[in-house]
Design a protein around this ligand. Structure first.
Ligand code: GTP
Ligand code: MG
Length: 620
């Protein structure tokens, strides 16, 4: 649903230019309360329709002996647009004397939510439509709650279809009183309650004589009263990394880090950091799509960056500026969520979570309390979150995420949960919990508590074998980025196994490939998380058996090692970092340059094992 191309591009340009005065509006409300009719009428009243469109749709209705509907205008525009290039089917554009508007009409509940949460709608203000003849309904409340949850504070309520209740002030008052109480309860003070008939055109662009008792603004008047929310370009810089591109020309190995800037501004030369990995660099250049090498980039733009030095970044990281408040990075947080999955949200189950550009498995560690989103009444002691419930939960992610806290920077505090391949919930991070893997630690503690030890103790084995059991991890560069580096680390790990074996130590080298196949669903590659879990469990057994257990992990980062440390308890890790590895915080026991000769590399590890009394102090 868009305008003819000249107006469209004008509006889109305005949308992409943070300096231009345009406002992004979302329209919400219960099914059939008149959202599309309100928009159709606004488009007609503001002259946003293509020449002759209104007459054409009216004529078509007459031909089909169907009453004309303003909502049909949107369908007509959609048809028209589907033949051209579509930007987003739910977006309409219009302008008033004051500014340009982009209005999002998402059909239905789920689309509304998806648009709001995924940021397809960068909504800055909302119109909430209530049918005067029906009164406040479930979705009126749910959508109101969602606007509040997502941090939208500029809301106007349209009490529509006033023609059906004879423009009765008492009906309007009743709805206003009831809905105002609800919205205040969820922390939003609506800017206005406007009695409207989309069908008759009352109080949309012109004040209606049929509501003499109403002294507030018209819908257009209220839209023009909304302020552009405090400029997002003044907030700290945040950009979820969507993709890494390579320059395609020969001999150019530069990579471009790309994404859409959520808030803030950056300039060439700024020191930036990528979270959760913690890697830092400076911006070497900004690659615009239309502009040549701009010197800065700001909120709403989708630039690419080249970095100095050229660090290895993965999709999903959050790019921030070194000199600004850092986001939170961790694995455990408290969040408020709205659930709409067919199956309830239950503790202990894993759900894919999308936060920024990252996708991370998450589970509910604890349900703190549950509310019914249309009534906002508390449901005591509930241990699952049903469809349309609102809940406050503690979540734990399978690996660290970087995000903001809703009260500080709501845009980068939002996430969605997927269940059954659909968006099933949306949430905002309210409070950062302690980092680390609390749920996993608890399970490991349970495992250790229930552990049935055999007759042969670790000490006995040590005496007999002449050395400790130890989990030796070679941390290699990511194989995708540096295949030779990853291979080198694997080769050294194999040499080490041979060397220790020749010295009569009890050792075993495990190739990760031996773990990669999922036996239940052959051919399916295990996720990195499953993989680490399995490896950690195996390491626990192997070290307990008194072995020097050796493996190579290409691309392992600090979070991976932290997880293996938990899983391998009560035993410890011995980390050998090779070449241009991905570790930032972890302190490896041995650091091996990429250029080290094979023999020397192995010797260095053996020496370090000796120094740390893992193996005895006579040479092998
Ligand atoms: P969904 O997209 O299906 O959720 O509906 P919607 O909210 O977009 O409602 P839509 O604009 O399609 O209107 C639903 C019905 O209400 C249509 O039959 C409209 O003709 C009718 N309607 C909308 N506004 C008014 C109004 O002001 N007065 C009267 N009498 N009917 C209206
Ligand atoms: Mg509609």
């Amino acid at each position: 649903m868009t305008r003819p191309s000249d107006n469209l591009s004008e509006a889109v340009q305005a949308g992409n230019n943070p300096g231009a005065d345009h406002l992004d509006v979302v329209i919400a409300g219960h099914v059939d309360d008149g959202k599309s009719s309100v928009i159709g009428r606004i488009l007609a009243d503001t002259g946003a329709l293509p020449e002759g469109k209104l007459a054409e749709v009216r004529a078509r209705c007459a031909r089909n002996a169907r009453p004309f509907e303003y909502a049909f205008l949107l369908d007509a525009l959609k048809d028209e647009q589907s033949q051209g290039i579509t930007i987003d089917t739910a977006r309409c554009f219009f302008k008033t004397a004051r500014r340009h508007y982009v209005i999002n009409d998402a059909p239905g509940h789920i689309e509304f939510l998806r648009n709001m949460v995924t940021g397809a709608a960068r909504a800055e203000a909302a119109l909430l439509v209530i049918d005067a003849s029906e009164g406040v309904r479930e979705n009126s409340r749910r959508h109101g709650y969602l606007l509040s949850l997502l941090g939208l504070r500029q809301v106007a309520v349209i009490v529509n279809k006033m023609d059906l209740v004879a423009y009765d002030e008492a009906v309007y008052d009743r709805i206003r009183t009831e809905y105002l109480a609800f919205m205040r309860h969820v922390g939003v003070e609506p800017a206005a309650f406007i009695p409207v008939s989309a069908r008759e055109g009352d109080n949309l662009s012109t004040r209606s004589e049929r509501t003499p008792w109403y002294t507030g603004p018209t819908v257009i008047g209220q839209l023009d009263r909304f302020e552009k929310p405090a400029d997002d370009s003044n907030k700290p810089f945040r950009m979820p990394v969507q993709d890494i591109y390579r320059f395609t020309e020969a001999n150019d190995d530069r990579r471009i880090v790309a994404g859409t800037i959520e808030t803030g501004t950056v300039r060439v030369g700024d020191a930036v950091r990528f979270l959760p990995s913690g890697k830092g660099a400076r911006i070497r250049s900004i690659e615009g799509f239309h502009v040549d090498q701009p010197q800065s980039a700001a909120v709403g733009e989708a630039p690419g960056f080249t970095l100095d030095p050229q660090i290895y970044i993965r999709r999903g990281e959050l790019m921030v500026r070194e000199d600004e408040p850092a986001p939170w990075t961790g694995t455990r947080f408290r969040a408020t969520i709205f659930w709409m999955g067919a199956a309830p949200l239950v503790p202990g189950r894993r759900y894919p979570m999308k936060i920024g550009a990252a996708r991370v498995p998450v589970e509910v560690a604890e349900i703190l309390h549950v509310l019914d989103a249309s009534e906002m009444t508390s449901v005591a002691g509930k241990q699952q979150v049903d469809r349309h419930d609102v809940a406050e939960c503690v979540f734990e992610t399978a690996r660290p995420v970087a995000c903001d806290i809703a009260t500080e920077f709501p845009r980068t505090a939002r996430f969605v949960l997927i269940d059954d391949y659909e968006i099933a919930g949306c949430g905002v991070v309210m409070e950062a919990g302690e980092s680390g893997y609390a749920v996993l630690k608890e399970r490991v503690t349970q495992r250790e508590f229930n552990w049935e030890a055999g007759e042969v103790s670790a000490e006995h084995r040590r005496e007999e074998y002449g050395h400790d059991g130890k989990f030796v991890v070679f941390v290699a560069p990511d194989a995708g980025r540096d295949p030779a580096g990853a291979e080198r680390a694997k080769a050294w790990a194999r040499h080490l196994e041979q060397r220790l074996f020749d010295g009569h130590y009890h050792t075993y080298g495990l190739s990760m490939n031996n773990l990669f196949n999922d036996l239940e669903t052959p051919g399916e590659i295990m996720s990195r998380e499953e993989h680490l879990l399995q490896l950690g469990q195996i390491a626990r057994l192997m070290t307990d058996a008194g072995l020097l257990f050796i493996t190579t992990l290409p691309g392992a980062d600090d979070a991976d090692l932290a997880k293996l440390r938990v899983l391998n308890q009560p035993y410890e890790l011995f980390v050998v970092a090779v070449g241009d590895h991905e570790l930032v915080e972890a302190q490896p026991e041995v650091l091996l340059d990429a250029g080290t000769a094979d023999d020397e590399a192995v010797q260095r590890v053996v020496d370090a094992l000796t120094q740390r009394a893992v193996i005895p102090d006579y040479s092998i």
